[in-house]
Each structure stands twice: as C-alpha cells, then as structure tokens.
Design a protein around this ligand. Structure first.
Ligand code: ADP
Ligand code: UDP
Length: 239
C-alpha cells in the first residue's frame, strides 16, 4: 500500500490518499486543541496512544457486530482505513453529567443517569458545532431517517462495549463523541477515533480525570493521564 498525498490536515490527525482509491491512511498527531481551536497545545505521545487505543476499540466493535472503517494498523501513528463520506454529525453519548451538559442545564458534574442520553451536533467548525435534533438533521439533509436510526443503534451499542471494557480497567466512562461515515455502497460504519481526546474517563476509585479535560482545564499531568489509561488497557489485555 502506497501512501500518496495528504488530502486533509485536521486538528488531531492528517488524512492521506493511497494507491487504492477506497482506502485512506490516517496519521495521528500530538497536537491538541480545545474550545473549537481557541486553545492549542501539544500532548507528547498522544498520537501513538490514540492510534493504538482507537484501533483496539474498532476491533472490539467489529466483534460486537458494529461495522467500522478500520483496516490495518500500519505504524505507531498510522492506520489504513476505509475511505468514508463522513456524516456531518457529532454523536455524543452520556452516562454521567459533565462538560457542556452540566453547563447547559445548570447541574453539577457526576450525576449518574438511569439510562444514557444521545445528542447530535452539526460537525461544522465555522458554526462552532451547534447542537441539533433529528428533525434539524433531516431538514438540513445531513442524513436520512434510516441512517439516523442506524447511527443511534450503533452508538448505544458502542456505549455498552466501551462502558464494560473500561469498568474492567477501573475506569468510569462518563461520555464520548463518535463520528460515522458511509462507504461507497452507502453502508454506515463507525469512523474517526475513540480515545481520551474524545471520551471522558474517570478513575473509578478516586474520580481523577484521565482524559482531555486535563488539557482543557489546565489540570496538569496531561501526558501521565493518557499514559495511565493506555497502561490499564494494556494490563487488561495482558500486554
Ligand atoms: P477535525 O477535522 O475535527 O480537526 P481530525 O484532526 O481528527 O479532526 O481530522 C480527521 C478528519 O478525518 C476528521 O474530519 C474526520 O471526520 C475525518 N475522518 C475520520 N475517519 C475517516 C475516514 N475513514 N474517511 C474519511 N474521513 C475520515
Ligand atoms: N467531544 C469531542 N469533540 C468535540 C466535542 C465533544 O470529542 O468536538 C467529546 C468530549 O471529549 C466529551 C464528549 O464529547 O467526551 C462530550 O463533550 P461536551 O459536549 O461535554 O463538550 P465539551 O465539554 O468538550 O465542550
């Protein structure tokens, strides 16, 4: 597989074309941003951790019957994926109140919900990723009803898999963001990443934050937190 020209550089990853038109290579950077790019920094080693963690989770999802874009890990930071047309919706699942949920609804962080919530935002940096509901998504033709139904089903299934995995690692899964895409034939697959950049992860015993909130909120120990969750994942998997 030959890596051809870069077609996109995002905030956390670069995307390259390959000599196989249906496949892309994603390359994970150590760059970190928050607040829609207003805060910028570097988290040393993050790209390697996010690549390896995402790929492990994509494998778990495939086993659970959720199709993904994953093809093959090529190096510490590079992965071969199926080229998808990204559905421009950020899909957020929450098990516990935190972040923008706590802020919007004026509640403290840490309220455990009886059942998980789902919300969508329009993936559009210029507009600041505004929240929208299914009707808005349909009106804007961002997805069809059938696609939204599939995405919701997969997103809750991802939550079940992730929640029980992290529980076994002594980590509480608070919330996370997913992106889905469509491959050539229209099939919806899970794309992008699942990492401490896109999930809130709290130590089950101490409540310590082990994710990007350490960067967003200037809590310090950012690299250590990423290394800690990766270490727990490796220990869980006997590596
Ligand atoms: P952002 O665009 O938000 O800055 P990244 O730095 O993570 O995010 O860039 C990666 C980009 O690649 C994202 O826009 C994401 O939607 C897109 N992407 C992820 N997986 C695929 C895929 N399999 N095919 C095409 N694009 C993808
Ligand atoms: N999230 C993300 N990318 C975004 C917005 C949110 O990965 O552009 C993740 C975030 O890491 C958290 C979850 O989605 O795990 C919910 O984020 P929230 O809506 O609370 O937003 P934030 O507090 O990040 O503004």
């Amino acid at each position: 597989m030959q890596k051809l020209e870069q077609i996109y550089e995002g905030k956390a990853k670069k995307v390259f074309r390959t000599d196989e038109p249906s496949l892309f290579i994603v390359d994970y950077k150590d760059d970190a941003t928050a607040f829609n790019g207003l805060k910028k920094g570097t988290i040393v080693g993050k790209g390697v951790i996010n690549n390896q963690m995402t790929n492990y989770f994509m494998g778990l999802m495939e086993k659970a019957g959720i199709p993904t874009h994953f093809v093959q890990e090529l190096s510490e930071r590079e992965t071969l994926v199926k080229k998808v047309s990204i559905v421009p919706l950020e899909v957020i699942i929450r098990n516990i109140s935190a972040g923008s949920f706590a802020k919007h609804y004026g509640v403290e962080e840490g309220i455990v919900f009886d059942s998980p919530t789902i919300e969508f935002s329009y993936k559009n940096d210029d507009l600041g990723d505004p929240l929208l509901n299914e009707y808005h998504a349909l009106a804007l033709k961002l997805a069809t009803q059938e696609e939204i139904d599939t995405i919701k089903k997969y997103a809750f299934a991802v939550n079940d898999v992730l929640k029980s995995f992290w529980k076994e690692c002594g980590v509480t899964l608070v919330d996370f963001k997913l992106e889905f895409g469509k491959i050539e034939d229209g099939t919806i697959v899970l794309a992008d990443e699942i990492s401490p950049d896109t999930c809130r992860l709290w130590d089950s015993k101490t409540g310590e934050k082990l994710d990007k909130d350490r960067f967003r909120r200037d809590l310090g120990g950012v690299e250590d937190a990423y290394a800690e969750v990766m270490k727990r994942m490796r220990a869980h998997n006997g590596k």
